[in-house]
Ligand binder design. Structure first.
Ligand SMILES: *Cc1c(COP(=O)(O)O)cnc(C)c1O
Length: 347
């Protein structure tokens, strides 16, 4: 690593673990797993697996075999599962026991059976119309003879508690559980865990809520932010009344102002949606973003605080719920888009 980078992500291990514990409590008797796909929603899957397995989490989900390979062997007793199933050229990883595939299609089931079977999971589509075998596939005997650890399905609208899809998916899944022989059944992502105990079955699969995302009113006050963004001030400058700031001159100083230029921009995931609406903070004071966020730099108004200087660090407000409302970008995209230029520091 070169000398310390001028932007960093401070990652709070105890917030992560407390979030998992809360989700685990709300999951009731069901085991609580963790979705760590997309490198742990951008925060670092290896550290997350290590922290959560220390806390007692046993079920981890990645999207692809590349993600499984990057993680390597999990601690004893933990199970890694690959949500996208297994393609022909990935069978060697599955056969080697690197992870357990979630079979999603008739072709994947056939491939698995042809290779001799072994423990697998199956995804059934109950209304998402994304990955998964269909109820009709199941009725026709597609799954006969498989050794299924977990039969799972995925919720489409769980972040809208009153959406009729929720009860519809629940009831279809319940009817499939009655006819498919599996060790465990699993339906709930973060939002569905908050819909009620009947959604939890034997295993829940939260992702976003582990990392501070709030998808349900019920989670507010319980889920803590895990990632804090900080950026260094590269320059302090003044703008005189009438001068404009940044690309396309979208902001005009109406009086003389003091401006800090921060080492963060949309290439770091600090999206253009924060232009003139986001804020940075230090010592309980907040500094509004002024003008367009550019690729690598963002200007904030520090007129109110004369003792802020070049080389100082400011926190950049990234409270996921508020930031999502401000920028119009989903909490998922805010996290997974964070980019590679931060120094990631677990505390
Ligand atoms: C991503 C994913 C999850 C986790 O969803 P969150 O909304 O982040 O809690 C659970 N199950 C499946 C199949 C997923 O793809």
């Amino acid at each position: 690593m070169i000398a310390s980078l001028p932007s960093r992500l401070i990652l709070d291990r105890s917030a992560l673990v407390e979030n998992w514990r809360w989700l685990s409590r709300v999951s009731g008797k069901a085991a609580c797993g963790a979705a760590v796909k997309a490198d742990g929603y951008g925060l670092g899957a290896a550290e997350i697996v290590s922290a959560l397995s220390d806390a007692g989490c046993r079920d981890f989900f990645v999207a692809t075999w590349a993600e499984a390979l990057a993680l390597g062997r999990l601690p004893d007793g933990a199970m890694l599962s690959v949500l996208h199933g297994v393609r022909d050229n990935e069978m060697m990883f599955a056969r080697a026991g690197l992870a357990v595939p979630v079979l999603n299609s008739a072709a994947q089931v056939a491939r698995w059976k042809a290779a001799g079977g072994g423990l697998c999971h199956v995804m059934v589509d109950t209304g998402m119309t994304r990955l998964g075998v269909s109820a009709a596939d199941i009725a026709s005997g597609l799954l006969d003879g498989l050794m299924i650890d977990t039969l799972m399905s995925h919720m489409a609208c769980a972040d809208e508690p009153d959406h009729p899809m929720n009860a519809k998916q629940l009831s279809l899944f319940q009817s499939l559980c009655a006819v498919v022989d599996a060790c465990r059944y699993s339906l709930a992502n973060s939002a569905a865990i908050c819909l009620g105990g009947e959604y939890s079955f034997d295993l829940t699969r939260p992702g976003i809520a582990l990392y501070g995302g709030i998808q349900s009113e019920k989670a507010e006050g319980h889920i803590r932010q895990v990632a804090r963004l900080e950026a260094e001030i590269l320059q302090i400058r003044t703008a005189q009344a009438g001068e404009t700031i940044g690309y396309n001159a979208t902001y005009t100083a109406d009086a003389d102002m003091r401006i800090a230029i921060l080492n963060i921009g949309y290439a770091d995931g600090y999206r253009r949606g924060f232009s003139s609406v986001g804020q940075a903070m230090a010592d309980n004071q907040s500094f509004p973003v002024i003008g367009r966020v550019s690729m690598d730099l963002t200007a904030v108004d520090v007129t109110a605080v004369p003792n802020i200087n070049e080389g100082d660090w400011l926190a950049v407000d990234y409270d996921l719920k508020r930031a999502s409302e401000q920028s119009g970008i989903s909490q998922y995209e805010l996290l997974t888009g964070l980019g590679r230029r931060y120094q990631r520091q677990w505390i």
